[in-house]
Design a protein around this ligand. Structure first.
Ligand SMILES: [Cu+2]
Length: 147
C-alpha cells in the first residue's frame, strides 16, 4: 500500500508538471484555432456579402446608378482612398461625400438612406474595401452619381 501511495504521490506532480507545461501552449494554440475559426466565418460572410454586392461597381468619377424607384437599392464598392463627391442626377442639389481612408470606423459595408430629397449622410467616412448601399425611400426617383 505504501509503495502504491508513494508512487502515486510521485506520479501526480510529474503528471501535473508535464500537463502544466503542455497545457498552456495547447490552450494558446486552441485559442488561435478558435480565433481562426471565428475569423473564418466572418471572412466568408464578408466575402459572401461582397459576392452579394459583387455587382457593386467600383466607385469612380462618372459612374452613376440607374434611377431608383421607392424601395430600390444600389451599391458601390470603395476600394481606393480618397474623397468621392456624390449627387443625384435628377436633383443635383442632393449631394454627399464619401471619404475613404485607412482605419475608418465603418468597414465591410454601410448603408445610406435617400429620403426627403436628401442623402441621410452629408459626409460618410469609411475604410477602403467598404461597400455602401443606398436605398431610396422617396416616391420620387433618385440615383447615386459620382461627380
Ligand atoms: Cu434625387
Amino acid at each position: 500500500m505504501n509503495k502504491t501511495i508513494g508512487y502515486f504521490l510521485v506520479g501526480v506532480p510529474l503528471f501535473l508538471g508535464s500537463c502544466g507545461t503542455e497545457a498552456q501552449p495547447a490552450e494558446e494554440s486552441m485559442d488561435a484555432v478558435e480565433q481562426e475559426m471565428e475569423e473564418g466565418p466572418d471572412v466568408e460572410a464578408q466575402a459572401g456579402e461582397k459576392n452579394g454586392a459583387a455587382d457593386a461597381p467600383e466607385a469612380r468619377s462618372g459612374e452613376a446608378s440607374p434611377l431608383l424607384a421607392k424601395g430600390e437599392k444600389t451599391s458601390f464598392a470603395f476600394n481606393k482612398a480618397g474623397e468621392f463627391p456624390i449627387h443625384c442626377e435628377p436633383h443635383p442639389d442632393m449631394q454627399m461625400t464619401v471619404i475613404v481612408e485607412e482605419g475608418a470606423d465603418i468597414s465591410g459595408e454601410g448603408a445610406v438612406e435617400i429620403a426627403g430629397f436628401a442623402f441621410a449622410e452629408k459626409s460618410l467616412t469609411i475604410a477602403p474595401g467598404t461597400v455602401i448601399t443606398w436605398t431610396n425611400q422617396d416616391d420620387v426617383k433618385h440615383n447615386v452619381a459620382f461627380d
